[in-house]
Design a protein around this ligand. Structure first.
Ligand code: PAJ
Length: 269
């Protein structure tokens, strides 16, 4: 990896990831490269954002392939710390955004998840001190939480949100798609089909949160392999559920396909 940051005038763009890279991650890298003098990526499967019983141990990893992909994209610096470097024995600090924004949706089904995310992201922001950091709309609640963190703790970092990259059949790219068996991979298209149903109803003038949620639930019910955790129509910034959509709304869902939990969302506007 070439040219490190050598001048205070250079802008520095950071792309945080947990690796096992796909086109979604690479779209963030390309944008960070285009908008900054120096592009830094990190790969760190962060144990503190996995809840007990989740897939931390078996989360897919391929550092050699990831390194090659990032080199080909022209990333200047790649940071791949060990768990011990980030969390030395006795580490006991947490950074937590409190309230509905972290308790609802993912927070309800993955308690402590966002505390792990905001703690590690704060730590990396301090280590790297980027001008901009790049995140995917795919994890819409994560984006809302990190924007609030950066605002409230005065990090002075611009958070750049990049669109969700999808497979041709609509499935949002995710490292966890690697878990899907053939029939599950087919079944997984139901997430985007459900979101598209909400989008269609919205375009036709549907503004009631209940009706939009029902449109998604009905599509999910057509797929026997799909078990929803939640189906939501909420304010994109506060994550409060909406009875009536008057401005923008975030339609989001979390669904088990077999043993694999997938999330996806679209913004209705
Ligand atoms: P990870 O799941 O590896 O995702 C890294 C970044 O890539 C996140 O900002 C995520 O939203 C984005 N991303 C994932 N799939 C995407 C897709 N299909 N299209 C566009 N962007 C996509 O999110 C994390 O890691 C971690 O929580 C992290 C922020 C690194 C903290 O540990």
């Amino acid at each position: 990896m070439h040219e490190a940051r050598d001048s205070i005038d250079q802008t520095f763009g950071l792309v945080p990831t947990m690796g096992y890279l796909h086109e979604g991650h690479l779209s963030l890298v390309r944008r960070a490269r285009a908008e900054n003098d120096v592009c830094v990526a990190w790969i760190f499967v962060n144990p503190t954002q996995f809840t007990p019983g989740e897939d931390f141990e078996r989360y897919p990893r391929d550092e050699d392939r990831d390194t090659r992909l990032l080199e080909a994209e022209g990333v200047d610096i790649l940071f791949v710390p060990s768990v011990e470097e980030i969390y030395p024995p006795g580490f006991s600090t947490v950074v937590e955004v409190r309230g509905i924004i972290t308790e609802h949706l993912e927070g309800q089904f993955r308690p402590g998840h966002f505390r792990g995310v905001t703690t590690v992201v704060s730590k990396f922001f301090h280590i790297m001190q980027p001008d901009r950091a790049y995140f995917g709309q795919k994890d819409a609640q994560q984006v809302a939480v990190i924007k609030k963190l950066v605002r409230e703790l005065d990090f002075g970092i611009e958070i750049v949100v990049c669109p969700t990259v999808r497979e041709p059949d609509g499935l949002a790219m995710s490292s966890r798609n690697a878990y899907l068996e053939r029939s599950e991979r087919k079944a997984a298209t139901v997430l985007y089909r459900a979101l598209s149903a909400a989008e269609q109803l919205f375009r036709q003038g549907g503004r009631r949160g209940g009706a939009l949620r029902t449109a998604m639930t009905n599509i999910l019910a057509t797929q026997p392999q799909a078990r929803p955790d939640y189906v939501s129509v909420a304010d994109p910034e506060t994550l409060d559920e909406l009875d009536l959509v008057t401005g923008r709304a975030l339609a989001s869902l979390a669904v088990y396909i077999g043993p694999t939990r997938l999330i996806d969302n679209v913004v209705l506007e």
